[in-house]
Design a protein around this ligand. Structure first.
Ligand code: FE2
Length: 362
């Protein structure tokens, strides 16, 4: 396996800028089963931004809210509503990763610097990706605190739903920009083009999109990039771009090894899943053949199944988790398949479009 040129190890955390981080953190705890484990805010000496860190499996989400009108998060919220600000990577050396990324064409966002507290010191820097989204580079250097410098432990357990890791993070960009951003991930982060979906793969009567999946060499970090394709009506990507006010993270897919248990738990917590048309299940066995799960269980939970040459996958999608029709989540279980559910796109988009029509945006 080729060494990543920036020595990216993994996604360290995903930071959201939201209107009310305290309530958002509690939502992700109660609905998705995350455990709140660390906090930074006024009580810890942070005067301008309050942050609540959540974990489940190896997934770390951080909900942050500005405490002052002049913090950049305030303007970000006005423009985008709640959304993802930073997909932060753990790297061996934050300064080296930053210098190399900038040398390869990245736009600098935050210069390399040290952050420290009584538990040790980390190095951090950040570059811009699509929209107002950042990629931070964090090197930990044996840091021993509960999360990152400035945070103190604050444990509020969630009831674990079996979510294990981030499988992929999808970005929506403007029409004509998909290839540009795919090239950026290749040039700057050293990612490879993993798979491409044409508009004919992903089109319904009304709308279409195109997608390129970029991946690091180990397939541990996968970033699909979508752009709208012209259709008879407004694409779901256009709806996102209108309401987010530009490019940004569309969905975060989280991996489980027991999707029926995970979905039952999340459903019990009130996670709003997209409902799948009954007709989808009538043709399912024909399309995907035999699989391990019970057909009636899969149908009752609204889980989608797709098969390719390597195996199959089970997945389902939430509705947007904000009032703006922007960010949503995916739960995915892989049984051999390394795909993204291409065979489900049509059924799925028809379901999304029903929701779009209800919002008056189709
Ligand atoms: Fe996905």
């Amino acid at each position: 396996m080729e060494e990543n040129p920036l020595k990216l190890r993994k996604i360290h955390h995903i930071q959201f800028w939201v209107g009310n981080a305290l309530q958002a953190a509690e939502y992700y705890r109660r609905a998705f089963g995350f455990t709140r484990f660390a906090y930074a805010g006024l009580e810890t000496g942070q005067r301008s931004l309050a942050s609540h860190a959540l974990r489940q499996g190896t997934i770390r989400l951080v909900m942050s809210s500005p405490l002052t009108a002049d913090h950049p998060a305030s303007g970000h919220m006005a423009r985008h509503g709640d959304g993802v600000r930073d997909i932060a990577f753990e790297v061996d050396d934050a300064e080296a990763a930053f210098r190399e990324a900038v040398r390869r064409g990245a736009v600098a966002a935050i210069e390399p610097h040290e952050e420290s507290d009584e538990h040790g010191a980390i190095r951090r820097a950040a570059i811009h990706t699509y929209g107002e989204t950042l990629h931070s580079f964090i090197s930990l250097h044996g840091y021993a605190g509960p999360f990152l410098p400035g945070y103190r432990e604050q444990l509020v357990e969630g009831s674990d739903a079996g979510l294990l890791r981030v499988d992929h993070v999808v970005g929506n960009v403007e029409l004509g920009k998909m290839n540009e951003w795919a090239t950026w991930y290749s040039d700057v982060l050293g990612f490879k083009r993993y798979v491409t979906f044409e508009d004919k793969d992903i089109s319904t009567e009304y709308s279409a999109l195109m997608s390129i999946v970029m991946s690091d060499g180990s397939y541990a970090i996968k970033f699909p990039i979508n752009e709208p394709a012209p259709g008879r009506r407004k694409s779901q990507i256009d709806e996102y771009l209108d309401f987010y006010g530009g490019p940004g993270v569309q969905h975060i897919a989280m991996l489980t090894t027991d999707i029926t248990r995970t979905v039952r738990t999340l459903g019990g917590g009130g996670v709003p899943f997209l409902s799948v048309p009954r007709s989808y299940y009538e043709s399912m066995s024909e399309r995907v053949g035999q699989f391990d799960e019970r057909v009636d269980t899969v149908r009752d939970l609204g889980i989608l199944v797709d098969r390719d040459e390597e195996g199959y996958l089970l997945q389902l999608f939430t509705k947007p988790v904000e009032d703006r029709p922007t960010l949503f989540f995916e739960v995915i279980q892989r049984k051999g398949s390394r795909g993204f559910g291409k065979g489900n796109f049509k059924a799925l988009f028809e379901a999304i479009e029903r929701e779009q029509a209800l919002r008056g945006n189709l």
